[in-house]
Design a protein around this ligand. Structure first.
Ligand code: FE2
Length: 442
């Protein structure tokens, strides 16, 4: 009997040891979720079909030059990543301390190319050595088909938790309206004070779940003050010290200008070079200061400078649409020609929309449509002057306190801009505030 008892005890010890070894080994291979990795953003960097850039932060210096981005290509329908597929991609990130974060945070950035076009990539960021990883996100590379959709937002411009919470609600509502947008363009003033690191932390905390699901194209606003707050939080393919860059998507080319800076000649040369050397059908520019506005900033000197210098070039280059911010009201112009007057069009039509709004359609317009998209945050201004009124077909006539966000749907012959006003504090409902379509028949 004693003999059997001894054998049983020995067997239990051996099996327990084996289990311990197996368990310990397995636990070392199980990835651990960690919120150490924060302020994660994906941006365009070169070819939108084959490349992306990543930026994220950690607080501990132990992650210095120890971080990676893991990519998991997957069928579009796949809802969750696997991350252990054989086709996974690991990219080492460079680490650096930036001046615009406090307390000191370590910024990690990496760029990847040779991606497959028209492919969904799940990703997460983290430390390979400790097997700690962030929450996962995804983006879809451009299929170069002419159909795509993006979200235009502006002036989230928060300074406290309440502001950024409201901003997050606006993003949530936009996602409910149009969840499959390919990217977001934000036309500046992401935060109230660009050099205040705490505001960026709150900005990302509110926007993170949405930024994880798309590619983000930021514009520099006057509240960012200098280029560094934007370039330190988003890894951009910049050609100069300004937040000035370009990307192509579908059959469209985008130029982002930095209207904070008065190097107009350089920016004019830049935008001429891009827009005159493209075969893309749609030309879209984005910058913060709005040359056509009936808001409080309409006759500020720096705004008038942009109007005098940049506006004629945009029309000259055949730009279709300009996305602006700054005035925190909604203003959308008729097409504006290079003389700064209302241009011409072949046909115009007004169509009633289901929710009571109107869609304005312009066929073969000669001129540029300018849009100030009110704001997606909490800071609302009033209409203040008649300076530009005759150029504005749809504008706010008094003080509004409901945020606006817009979808822009581009296809082969048509671009439809739809602005939604969101009753954030009361009914939570959304109504179409403006809708206009540009049809190009050529
Ligand atoms: Fe602003």
């Amino acid at each position: 009997m004693k003999k059997y008892l001894l054998i049983t005890v020995i067997l239990i010890i051996i099996l327990s040891s084996m289990f311990m070894v197996l368990y310990t080994g397995a636990s070392q291979n199980i990835p651990v979720y960690s919120d150490e990795f924060f302020k994660i953003a994906v941006t365009f960097y070169g070819n939108t079909s084959t490349s992306r850039a990543f930026s994220f932060f950690t607080r501990s210096h132990s992650y210095e030059n120890n971080c990676y981005i893991q990519l998991d290509p997957a069928p579009y329908e796949q809802q969750k990543p696997k991350f252990f597929d054989i086709d996974n991609i690991l990219i080492k990130a460079d680490s650096e301390y930036t001046a615009s974060t406090w307390p000191k945070q370590l910024r990690h950035k990496a760029y990847v190319d040779n991606l497959s076009p028209a492919t969904k990539y799940f990703y997460r960021v983290g430390c390979k050595k400790t097997n700690e990883w962030s929450d996962y996100g995804y983006f879809v590379t451009d299929d170069k088909d002419s159909n795509f959709c993006f979200l235009h937002i502006t002036d989230s411009q928060g300074k406290n938790q309440e502001d950024f919470h409201a901003f997050g609600k606006s993003l949530q509502k936009a996602y409910e309206i149009q969840s499959d947008y390919d990217f977001i363009v934000s036309t500046g003033d992401q935060v109230e004070l660009g050099v205040n690191a705490r505001q960026w932390d709150m900005y990302f905390a509110s926007a993170q779940s949405f930024l994880l699901q798309t590619t983000f194209a930021p514009v520099n606003g006057n509240h960012e003050l200098v280029p560094q707050p934007v370039s330190n939080h988003f890894y951009l393919n910049l050609d100069s010290k300004l937040i000035e860059y370009t990307f192509e998507y579908g059959d469209a080319v985008f130029v982002i200008l930095d209207s904070n800076n008065s190097l107009y000649d350089e920016q004019i040369e830049y935008l001429r070079n891009v827009f005159q050397n493209t075969d893309k059908k749609w030309k879209i520019a984005a910058f913060h200061y709005a040359p056509f506005s009936s808001g409080t900033h309409a006759d500020d000197k720096n705004v008038l400078n942009v109007k005098e210098k940049i506006v004629p070039v945009l029309a000259d280059c055949g730009v279709d649409l300009v996305l602006n911010g700054h005035d925190h009201i909604y203003c959308r112009t008729y097409p504006i020609n290079s003389e700064g007057n209302i241009g011409t069009w072949q046909y115009a039509a007004e169509t009633a929309l289901d929710d009571g709004g109107v869609k304005y359609t312009y066929t073969n317009p000669q001129g540029v449509f300018y849009v100030i998209n009110r704001c997606v945050g909490t800071k609302f201004y009033s209409k203040s002057n008649l300076f530009n009124d005759r150029f504005i077909q749809k504008g706010d006539s008094s003080n509004f306190s409901k945020p606006v966000f817009s979808t822009v749907k581009v296809s082969r012959n048509s671009l439809i801009y739809t602005a939604y006003e969101y009753d954030r504090n009361n009914t939570e409902s959304v109504k179409i505030w403006d809708c206009f379509e540009i049809i190009k028949q050529s």
